[in-house]
Design a binder for this molecule. Structure first.
Ligand code: HEM
Length: 228
């Protein structure tokens, strides 16, 4: 039976209290808190990279392997970004606190795929010519926007460890990690700009909608908390 329930002290959510739902939640919570869940998450997060590596080595990336590698790593960066931003809403709405254990790892995988994406571009499009790369960043606005997103991701990745959190202090760390909103905006702009030449916006719209819902959820919670 669905019931309206107060969640924490900030918002109302609908939760299902059927015994099946409770059992599923209990199993998910126990599994996510277990020792095996982190290695499994780690391996699953590496699967796209492993598949791309295998497909490249076995010549299975289609007619333009370089383009396929650059685009696929870009897509996986964006998907990883959506996933990391979904963790807190999922944890709160479904009441699964143990999901928080995966936030850092999920964040680092965003960075991992972003760096692979940059390396694929730098290698296959630019032959690792740093001068040409700098000229391209200055010349093509969509590359500049993607590069800015990666630059902003760097302090987040570097400060995702306990020692950095301690050194910065929780408040400053939290402020710094709000950069993720700007990164999400830049990532969508980068994708939009890249597709603008082809007037192909369907996928861009899907990712923009997902990120808007995830960021809108946080904004709504922030505004409710501020009003109290
Ligand atoms: C957070 C950082 C980034 C995200 C989320 C991201 C995401 C994406 C996405 C989703 C695509 C389109 C893939 C498709 O068409 O299916 C793409 C394409 C591309 N990105 Fe990025 N990107 C990022 C950073 C960068 C950086 C740092 C560079 C280079 C300096 C870059 C260069 C490119 C290039 C060259 C393409 C392909 C353009 C083409 O094939 O015409 N991106 N990126």
């Amino acid at each position: 039976m669905a019931t309206k329930r107060k969640w924490g002290n900030s918002m109302l959510v609908w939760t299902s209290k059927s015994s099946t739902d409770l059992a599923v939640k209990a199993v998910a919570t126990r599994w996510l808190a277990s020792g095996i869940s982190k290695p499994v998450w780690w391996v699953v997060s590496l699967l796209p990279a492993a598949w791309l590596f295998y497909a490249a080595a076995s010549d299975n990336l289609g007619a333009n392997p370089a383009e396929a590698l650059i685009r696929s790593t870009g897509d996986w960066t964006l998907r990883a970004l959506c996933l990391v931003l979904a963790i807190t809403p999922l944890r709160t709405v479904f009441g699964i606190p143990s999901l928080a254990r995966f936030r850092r790892m999920a964040g680092l995988f965003v960075y991992f795929y972003a760096v692979l994406h940059l390396l694929a571009y730098a290698w296959f499009d630019m032959g690792f010519d740093l001068v040409q790369i700098a000229k391209d960043i200055a010349k093509r606005p969509f590359i500049l926007v993607g590069f800015s997103a990666l630059v902003l991701l760097t302090p987040l990745a570097l400060t995702s460890f306990n020692r950095a959190i301690k050194a910065l202090g929780a408040k400053r760390w939290q402020w710094l990690h709000r950069l993720v909103y700007g990164i999400a905006g830049l990532a969508i702009l980068h994708f939009f700009w890249m597709r603008a030449g082809k007037h192909n916006f369907a996928e861009v719209a899907v990712y923009a909608a997902i990120l808007s819902v995830l960021l809108g959820w946080r904004l709504q919670r922030y505004l409710v908390a501020k009003r109290r």
